[in-house]
Every structure is written in C-alpha cells, then in structure tokens.
Design a protein around this ligand. Structure first.
Ligand code: ZN
Length: 188
C-alpha cells in the first residue's frame, strides 16, 4: 500500500515536526468524494467554507476517497492543521470522504482505514493511539459538546478499527520499520 504525495499541496507551507513528536492517529470525516474535490473545498477560504480556518492549506496527511485507495497528501514530518488545538502537532490526520454522523463508510472505506491505520501503527512499533477527532484527550477544547461538530461520527466504529489494529500488530507490517517509511516517501 503505497501512496503518492501530491506536490501541488505544497508541503513547504506547513510547519515541520520531528517524527518523534507523533503519538496519535486522528480520524476525521471530510467533504468531497475524491481527493481533487476535497482539496478544492479546502482552497475555498470564505468564512464557513471548509478552508477558512486553514487559509486554504489542506489539513490532513491522508485522504480516503469514497472509492479507491488512500492518498497521502502530506509528509508525516509536516504538521497538518486539522483544526485541533491539542493534537495537530502530535497527530497523523486521516480523513475519510463522507459524513459519518449520518451514514456508514462506503465502498470498502472501513477495511482500507483499518489497513492504513494498522500499517502506520506498526511502523511506529504499535505506539500510536488511534482516536477520533472529537475523542481527543482535551475534547472540551475542541467544541465536541456540540453534536453538530462530532467527528468522524457514530456510524464510523472506531472501536472496531482499534481492535483490528491491536489484533494485527505483528502481521501487517507493509510500511515498517521507520526506514521503510522514509523509502516510501512518508517521511522527507
Ligand atoms: Zn475532524
């Protein structure tokens, strides 16, 4: 499972971090069925449009389209401004196309999410904590008391994802170890 980083996303605009800073995989819902649609949404910076809080910078490391394979959008050594006050610096941010407050993941998204998250966790020796955006340790700072802001939403069962990652800690190592991440372009 390898992904191309889209150079058009200009990783140079993002703050850099050390790989040792990473402790979490944070799962989000997002808009746009394809990566191109999703990027276009975040380039709209008018107030209340998706991009206004990032100034048009794409805020996630990975995007899972409705159909097809995950896309890596940023090197892991860039901080993704995923609208978290608490975990932007420490998180690998994975966004799935869809609104999981209203519907279940589609088109094989759930198993692809499980594979991606497990591969990442294994590359970090099983040390990553897998959480949803509004499950963050300081969720009270993230606006999660407002049900309209729940992310990714109850229809995406993160306990199922965590269980899968736990059960496959040793036998799904497509990306491990960290040197493999470097060769694959996850880290630059
Ligand atoms: Zn989110």
């Amino acid at each position: 499972m390898l992904f191309a980083i889209d150079k058009a996303l200009s990783p140079t605009k993002h703050k850099r971090r050390k790989i040792d800073d990473i402790n979490y995989v944070v799962v989000h819902r997002t808009i746009g069925a394809t990566i191109d649609e999703s990027i276009a949404e975040f380039k709209k910076v008018e107030k209340f449009e998706a991009g206004w809080y990032t100034g048009g910078i794409y805020p996630y490391h990975f995007f899972l389209p409705l159909y097809g394979d995950p896309v890596q959008c940023l090197p892991l050594t860039c901080v993704a401004p995923a609208a978290l006050r608490t975990l932007n610096q420490q998180g690998i941010h994975v966004a799935l196309a869809g609104d999981f407050r209203k519907q279940a993941p589609g088109g094989g998204q759930l198993i692809k999410l499980k594979h991606l998250v497990t591969s990442l966790n294994n590359a970090f020796n099983g040390d990553l904590e897998i959480i949803g955006h509004t499950e963050t340790p300081l969720a009270h700072l993230e606006g999660s008391k407002d049900p309209s802001k729940v992310c990714p939403g109850a229809y995406l069962d993160l306990n199922d994802v965590r269980l899968y990652a736990m059960l496959h800690q040793s036998n799904l190592c497509e990306l491990a170890p960290i040197d493999g991440l470097k060769r694959a372009g996850y880290i630059v």
